[in-house]
Design a protein around this ligand. Structure first.
Ligand code: A3D
Length: 320
């Protein structure tokens, strides 16, 4: 049986890291596509040359030709520009929308059966536009943000509690932006919800609130430190977790930007919700119950995404 084919559209910081991870985990053969000549070819060759030491079997190819992604099982999209210090994700909308158009058409024409994971920001609006431009079924197109946001939340919680990250679960809902909704109630240490841990005196509400804020600002914290771009190791790892769930039909329950059509009260929009990812793509959106405070925060976040979607329609009339 042939190895699965993984197409990475965008060979920048995240794209290169994705290629390295996909090869090391032997998820399949990798095609790295970018408009920048030499970059995908150079990164592919460099990673392939790490194969003998690492001991993986995977072919890598760099290209500027969409024909090379033909028949891909998974496409992970990072094409576009990242933000610089002082920029919000939303500042990227106009330029990255144009990129989504060409990428969506490239996927439509060459890899229409792929499971597509978008990472390009502003995430929720870009994945919405990418699905429209590609015309792929909505359950086969999703966005990576929730896995990363909840990984950041889990990391900060494990530091606060002094316990293994493996025993911390965390839940983040809503759009990938300043309005994201990290949920204390649905986040646990070994199954014990955070509000119970506050009651037990293991931490305080103030400390939890500070961690929630640090999670919301997680991307900006790294942009501020790097100065020349945004995070790439953890974003790549998060998308690989989603790709692996699809390729191995793992039925993982992961938060991601999924198409909601009535789910959690959201109509025809992509927003961060808990999902089940397996061989059918986004097999299910988990319609969790929110309390009043969470619902208000979620609604604010959905409204922010809605504003960006409307802005996309204003820029490209084919989306209206
Ligand atoms: P970067 O290293 O600049 O790579 C982007 C690549 O896209 C570059 O190599 C470009 O040449 C290429 N590119 C530009 N236009 C096209 C095109 N039309 N077709 C194909 N390739 C093109 O950025 P990065 O890898 O650091 O980040 C990529 C995107 O991910 C940015 O939009 C970031 O904002 C976003 N990002 C999202 C998250 C989420 O959690 C959602 C986290 C981190 C970064």
């Amino acid at each position: 049986m042939a190895r699965p084919k993984i197409a990475l559209i965008g060979a920048g910081q995240i794209g290169g890291t994705l290629a390295h991870l996909a090869a090391m985990k032997e998820l399949g053969d990798v095609v790295l596509f970018d408009i920048a000549e030499g970059i995908p070819e150079g990164k592919s060759l460099d990673i392939a040359e790490s194969g003998p030491s690492e001991g993986f079997d995977a072919k890598l190819k760099g290209t500027q030709d969409y024909a090379d992604i033909a028949g891909a099982d998974v496409c992970i999209v990072t094409a576009g520009v990242p933000r610089k210090p002082g920029m919000s994700r939303d500042d990227l909308l106009g330029i990255n929308l144009k990129v989504m158009k060409s990428v969506g058409e490239g996927i439509r024409d060459n890899a229409p059966d792929a499971f597509v994971i978008c990472i390009t920001n502003p995430l929720d609006a870009m994945v919405w536009a990418l699905q429209k431009f590609s015309g792929l079924p909505a359950n086969k197109v999703c966005g990576m943000a929730g896995v990363l946001d909840s990984a950041r939340f889990r990391h900060f919680l494990s530091l606060e509690f002094g316990v293994s990250m493996k025993d911390v679960t965390a839940f983040v809902l809503g759009g990938h932006g300043d309005t994201m909704v990290p949920s204390l109630r649905y986040s646990t240490v070994a199954g014990i919800p955070l509000p119970d841990l506050i009651e037990m005196g293991w931490t305080t509400k103030e400390k939890m609130d500070a961690i929630v804020q640090r999670t919301r600002d997680g991307g900006a914290e790294i942009v501020g430190l790097l100065k020349t771009g945004s995070a790439y190791y953890a974003p790549a790892t998060s998308a690989i977790e989603m790709a692996e769930a699809y390729l191995k039909d793992q039925k993982r329950v992961l938060p991601c930007a999924a198409h909601c059509d009535g789910d959690l009260g959201v109509k025809d929009m992509y927003v961060g919700v808990p999902t089940v990812i397996g061989a059918g793509g986004i097999e299910k959106v988990v319609n969790i119950k929110l309390n009043k405070e969470e619902q208000e925060m979620f609604d604010t976040s959905v409204k922010a995404v809605q504003g960006l979607v409307e802005a996309c329609k204003g820029i490209d009339s084919t989306l209206a």
